[in-house]
Design a protein around this ligand. Structure first.
Ligand code: C2E
Ligand code: CA
Ligand code: CA
Length: 620
């Protein structure tokens, strides 16, 4: 076989080793073995050299090659270092006359070496080490053999490079999986790994009748620890909590950190539901023990939600969500306790979430409308104004009352948008009402504290008033004392700006809040609306009667108009009239009605052109 033929055979074998994913050692063993076959040499060896690491021989075709590799690395001297450093082949055809390696040469000669040819393992500009070809006879290698040897060295280097990259990759895949599945701060498994383990646990539960439980643990006062002692103390606390949780559990259990101050625990093979309760108690007690963080004693508690594997619970995500819900229920009950999901409460909160989802966009879908309740003069029943009240016809839930709707809108930040819609609608409707006496009727619109305090509220009102060509003096904005509770100073600024626009202000549900009297004095209200609760109680509770009487007197002394709400009976009407109340609103006169019904009501012709609803004067 020709030299060329041999070389091409060896090269194709090498190519094969690469695609079969040979490890580095396999490639080198193969190289030194085959090169001895193709070239006129007696032995071959490879030494790997890299900056900062001791050189090491990786492969040798036989004992003598091993001996010479070892000798060079021990001495730190010899042709392999020369080739490595220069990047060129070193050819010593007669070792006896070479003076380059004063330590290596005599010992090599003594061991029977006559000639040595060394080739750098080149990887681009870098070198990985050297390939040594040893011979026990003196004499040169011809040019073809030298070329062949360097080609094999280069190919080997390329394969080494690839194999190393593969191994690095393998290591880094393992490492990054470790990192991807663990929480960096506490070292605990993270959500992803937890869900993986939970999946397995649920499969096992399905095959046996054992019980598994998930505990969702949330620290109750974590935010205040962060606020008081700083974030690094918060981190320290989380690490300490992770340690305590791990110490509380059995070796097979999994503790993971979900996010922030939320931890989850998976316990399998429980004896029963009681055992889970005991575990939750242990967890709660472990957290309740004071923590000592950099000299500060910190006492916290945890809310623990528990969910169990069981029939119909096939998805890990669902089980986790159930434990999460249970934890929130524990929090709502005041924290520092454990809780198993209360399904009724869960239904209620799911219902609220569905409502909130449906409510956004309700205005654009045309599901909102306003109804109007007349406000009448208590003496003669003349309609002096009207209050706009919001209604929502939800396609899925039916008619949703404002007592349910408004808190949802406030929670979901929809109140500003919805309130603005009501204001526009009420002003639009009002401008269409034609009174026989051509006198204009005022409209009242309710404003929630969130809406009133929102940026731009005053500008929004001004824009609606302008667009609908409403005389501001015919618009009353009603608000409750809750506007003062958020930020009284800012409320005062906003109310004064509204007054400058020329609109009227009413304090709604008066008497149910806190320091009502001082607010009445300080804030620029025009009207006080006595809460319907007092009106309702007036007939059978003397103190309510006295309160209503006092409110009317006080309001009048401050120059305010008084509206009594929720007037349902003739007796209430008579009482309020006797106390000097100005105007009334209630089912006794009229229930809230649609805009068109109200418009029709206004068209009823009377002697003086005003519209009257039946009241004492008329009834008597
Ligand atoms: P509110 O402002 O005190 O409105 C009076 C409520 O009492 C209305 O209930 C009205 O229908 C009801 N009512 C009127 N007369 C009588 C009566 O004789 N007896 C009884 N038992 N009730 C009577 P509604 O429409 O359910 O509204 C409830 C609350 O929702 C309102 O109380 C108001 O605080 C709020 N609200 C209504 N519409 C809006 C709105 O557009 N925006 C905001 N922010 N809140 C609104
Ligand atoms: Ca009102
Ligand atoms: Ca009210």
């Amino acid at each position: 076989m020709s030299d060329e033929q041999l070389l091409s055979d060896v090269l194709s074998e090498f190519a094969h080793t690469l695609v079969t994913d040979f490890p580095i050692q396999g490639i080198l063993d193969h190289l030194v073995e085959r090169i001895v076959d193709v070239l006129p040499i007696t032995a071959a060896g490879v030494t790997i050299i890299a900056p900062g690491v001791a050189p090491h021989y990786l492969a040798a075709s036989n004992e003598s090659a091993l001996q010479f590799e070892r000798l060079q690395t021990e001495l730190g001297e010899g042709p392999c270092f020369e080739a490595y450093e220069s990047g060129s082949a070193v050819a010593i055809s007669d070792l006896r006359v070479d003076l380059r390696f004063p330590q290596f040469t005599p010992r090599a000669l003594a061991a029977g070496l006559a000639a040595v040819f060394t080739f750098p393992l080149r990887d681009g500009d870098e070198r990985l080490g050297a390939l040594d070809l040893y011979r026990d006879r003196r004499g040169r290698l011809n040019a073809t053999a030298m070329r062949t040897a360097q080609t094999l060295a280069d190919v080997t280097a390329a394969y080494l490079h690839n194999a190393k990259a593969r191994e690095d990759l393998h290591d880094s895949v393992l490492r990054s999986r470790e990192i991807a599945l663990h929480d960096a701060l506490t070292g605990l498994p993270n959500r992803m790994l937890f869900l993986e383990r939970l999946d397995h646990a649920m499969l096992r539960c399905r095959r046996s009748d054992r019980l598994a439980a998930v505990f969702f643990v949330d620290l109750d006062q974590f935010k205040s620890v962060n606020d008081r002692f700083g974030h690094s103390a918060g981190d320290e606390l989380l690490v300490a909590v992770a340690g305590r949780l791990s110490a509380t559990l059995r070796p097979g259990d999994t503790v993971a950190r979900m996010s922030g101050d939320e931890f989850v625990i998976l316990c399998e093979d429980l004896e029963g539901h009681l055992a889970a309760g005991e575990i939750a108690t242990r967890v709660g007690n472990a957290i309740a023990e004071p923590f000592n963080l950099s000299g500060n004693e910190i006492v916290i508690s945890a809310s623990v939600g528990i969910a169990f594997s069981g029939p119909g619970k096939l998805l890990s995500e669902n089980l986790l969500a159930e434990a999460d819900t249970a934890m929130y229920q524990a929090k709502r009950l005041g924290g520092a306790r454990q809780q198993i999901v209360d399904l009724q409460e869960q239904e209620r909160s799911e219902h609220l979430i569905a409502l909130e989802r449906d409510l956004s966009g309700a205005a654009t879908r045309g599901e909102l409308h306003t109804v109007y309740q007349p406000v009448v003069d208590i003496d003669d029943g003349r309609v002096t104004g009207v209050e706009a009240l919001l209604r929502w016809d939800s396609p899925s839930q039916g008619v949703v009352p404002p007592s349910v709707l408004i808190p949802i809108a406030e929670k979901g930040n929809l109140i500003t948008e919805i309130g603005q819609w009501v204001l526009e609608q009420a002003c639009d409707d009002r401008s269409g009402w034609k009174r026989p006496d051509s006198q204009e009727l005022g409209v009242s619109v309710n404003v929630s504290a969130h809406q009133l305090m929102s940026t731009d509220y005053v500008n929004d009102v001004a824009a609606v008033v302008t667009r609908t060509q409403t005389d501001p003096a015919l618009l009353t904005l009603e608000m409750t004392e809750s506007v003062f509770i958020q930020d009284a100073e800012r409320a005062l600024v906003v109310l004064n700006e509204l007054k400058r626009l020329g609109v009227l202000l009413a304090l709604d549900d008066f008497g149910t809040g806190y320091s009502s009297l001082s607010y009445l004095k300080r804030f620029p209200f025009d009207t006080v609306k006595i809460d319907q609760g007092f009106v309702f109680d007036m007939g059978h509770d003397p103190s309510s009667f006295a309160i209503v009487s006092a409110i009317i007197d006080l309001a009048h002394s401050l120059g305010l108009q008084v509206v009594a709400e929720g007037v349902e009976t003739v007796a209430q009407c008579a009482d309020l009239a006797s106390l000097g109340c100005d105007v009334c609103q209630g089912y006794y006169f009229a229930r809230p009605m649609s805009g068109s019904d109200f418009s029709a009501l206004l068209c009823q012709q009377t002697v003086d052109g005003s519209v009257y609803l039946p009241t004492l004067a008329i009834a008597s």
